[in-house]
Design a protein around this ligand. Structure first.
Ligand code: FAD
Length: 426
């Protein structure tokens, strides 16, 4: 590492901001450039569907770090700067505004973009003024402007972002309908009991939750705004605002055009290195091999973005520390803090500890007696223990996990055992 070496980080979000500051802390001597195509300093995205949307968090509180932190770390932040091409042979990148920036090491932290809604009745080239997506601060501001008492909000997609948005919108007294094509909400990410609990909570809060319903077309007013969504059943759901929360596409195209390995995301190893030793990547735009689940995964979570960024920073500074963190995530809806660890797909048993009616419980997902994931609702202390159980990857007495008279601590292995990978089971 020398003073004339340049670390160029593209994407000023959770991963990019962390990588920039961590690289300096880990001893990167040369220049650090952080470029991002948004207008503001890196900010937190999770509050956009939660506290910021319903007004409990201010714009100022969203910043990940104050400007002084980047100055102190000697990180040059370039806002409103969009990468358009990576020239690997020349070790430089091209920006939209014509600038060409050199690098010694490049880090791609470009996140993703919302999947767009394609429906008969909608013109692919023109977005109706009352159709929104939720990824950026600008998106959140546009949605917030339409959330008024009695406004009819239709949310397409019953994933976390859609449900958090529904909960926030109820605080404004909006009439909220959530349409989910699958038979239950949170189908991709959680088990049936936890989904049923959240469905009941939303219905109690006055949300019209419509599962197993697919939207067939949109009806538009003369000015192009959506007036209603027409379902396959023929039902017509009137709308003043529509938000499509139907998933995210990782921003991989520029990496792909540059010839980097892609497999659902930019492929990285445990050090966040891509198939080019001079290019690293971190966050939502990456895919990696999970040693625990023995398969390729792409995660959309702040903890993953931060862990991958830190792994990249240490590798870039010649102090490699592999990232084997167990995936985790959280979601805030109403008075409920949901914390999830691990990936529950493929579980063969679910054990509940605590009664969902008390709004404090934890669901353990097991595969052949090994806890592969857990969802904790308003049980932060148990969540910390569940994280250790999932990471340990050892067989437990499944039904006993539900016995509240026995401490969860007693279920943990005395010393860290070599964890079984989930793929080794069954
Ligand atoms: C509404 C919402 C709620 C969420 N809630 C939670 C939560 O509760 N818990 C949780 O763990 N996660 C949550 N997430 C997910 C979390 O925000 C992401 O996992 C996290 O932001 C990923 O960080 P990142 O740095 O990979 O991507 P991002 O934070 O998206 O940053 C990527 C940045 O790169 C920029 N960029 C893209 N392309 C270019 C280019 N060509 N040139 C320059 N810049 C570019 C983007 O504009 C963006 O600023 C939520 C996400 C959303 C949208």
């Amino acid at each position: 590492m020398r003073e004339n070496e340049i670390l160029l980080i593209v994407g000023a979000g959770h991963a990019g901001a962390e990588l920039a500051v961590a690289a300096r802390q880990q001893g990167w001597l040369g220049r650090i450039d952080l470029i991002g195509d948004e207008a503001m300093l890196p900010y937190q995205r999770p509050p956009l569907s939660k506290a910021y949307l319903h007004g409990a968090a201010s714009f100022e509180s969203l910043a990940l770090r104050p400007a002084s932190a980047y100055e102190a770390a000697r990180v040059q932040v370039h806002s409103d700067a969009q990468l358009v091409q990576i020239d690997r042979a020349g070790h430089r990148v091209h920006l939209q505004d014509g600038r060409v920036m050199p690098y010694t090491k490049l880090a791609l932290c470009m996140g993703g973009r919302p999947r767009t809604l394609v429906l008969p009745g909608l013109d692919a080239g023109a977005k109706p003024r009352n159709l929104h997506y939720l990824r950026t601060l600008t998106d959140a501001d546009a949605i917030r402007a339409g959330l008024k008492e009695g406004a009819r909000l239709v949310v397409l997609g019953g994933g976390y972002v859609g449900l958090e948005l529904a909960a926030s919108a109820r605080k404004f007294g909006a009439e909220v309908t959530v349409i989910e094509a699958l038979p239950r909400v949170l189908a991709r990410v959680t088990g049936a009991q936890v989904a049923a609990f959240y469905e009941a909570v939303h219905r109690e809060a006055g949300v019209q939750l419509r599962t197993g319903l697919s939207v067939e077309r949109a009806e538009l007013a003369d000015d192009g705004a959506i007036t209603a969504l027409v379902c396959a059943s023929g039902e017509r759901i009137a709308a003043d605002i529509v938000v499509a929360g139907i998933g995210m596409l990782p921003n991989v195209e520029l990496a792909q055009a540059a010839g980097l390995a892609i497999d659902g995301g930019i492929v990285v190893d445990a050090f966040s290195q891509t198939s080019d030793p001079d290019i690293f990547a971190a966050g939502d735009c990456t895919a990696h091999h999970s040693a625990l689940y023995n398969r390729h995964i792409r995660l959309e979570s702040v903890p993953n973005a931060l862990e991958q960024a830190r792994a990249a920073a240490s590798a870039l500074c010649g102090k490699p520390k592999p990232n084997h963190a167990v995936p985790w995530f959280w979601s805030d809806q109403y008075d409920l803090k949901l914390q999830m660890v691990g990936l529950s797909q493929g579980h063969d048993a679910c054990v509940l500890r605590g009664d969902p009616a008390s709004r404090r419980f934890i669901a353990f997902y097991l595969k052949e007696g090994v806890v592969i994931a857990a969802d904790a609702v308003n049980r932060p202390a148990d969540f910390m223990l569940a994280k250790r159980l999932v990471a340990a990857g050892v067989r437990v007495d499944g039904p006993a996990l539900g016995d509240e008279s026995v401490s969860l601590k007693d279920r943990l292995p005395a010393s860290p055992a070599a964890p079984a990978t989930v793929a080794q089971l069954g």
